[in-house]
Design a protein around this ligand. Structure first.
Ligand SMILES: [Ca+2]
Ligand SMILES: [Ca+2]
Ligand SMILES: [Ca+2]
Ligand SMILES: [Ca+2]
Length: 101
């Protein structure tokens, strides 16, 4: 067997074994080493605040230090509250006349 053919088979062996032994805990097709949320399947790897933790497992998606659970605008760090629940942020109420109730 010539050296090029040996090298060819060797490369195939390496690529097959890396496929078999690649770590992908959540089976979302993204290797654990580069997955921004190792235990939750998130093929889009969306990370709104770019802190390296994907939205799928980030407790504060927009990074404004207000947890998603109580953040009225979990994907917008500019706003956190909408006390009257009309869809307009509280800060608008104080800054503009758009929200009059
Ligand atoms: Ca993964
Ligand atoms: Ca994932
Ligand atoms: Ca994040
Ligand atoms: Ca937040």
């Amino acid at each position: 067997m010539n050296i090029k053919l040996k090298l060819f088979f060797y490369l195939i062996l390496i690529s097959v074994s890396s496929l078999i032994f690649a770590d992908d805990t959540d089976v979302d097709g993204i290797d654990d080493s580069i997955d921004n949320c190792v235990s939750v399947s998130n093929t889009d790897q969306l990370d709104t605040d770019s802190d390296g933790i994907g939205n799928a497992c980030d407790a504060d998606d927009d990074g404004d230090n207000v947890p998603d659970a109580i953040d009225a605008y979990p994907l917008d760090s500019r706003y956190v509250a909408d006390s009257d629940g009309d869809g307009l942020p509280d800060v608008w109420t104080s800054q503009t006349l758009l929200d009059t109730d």
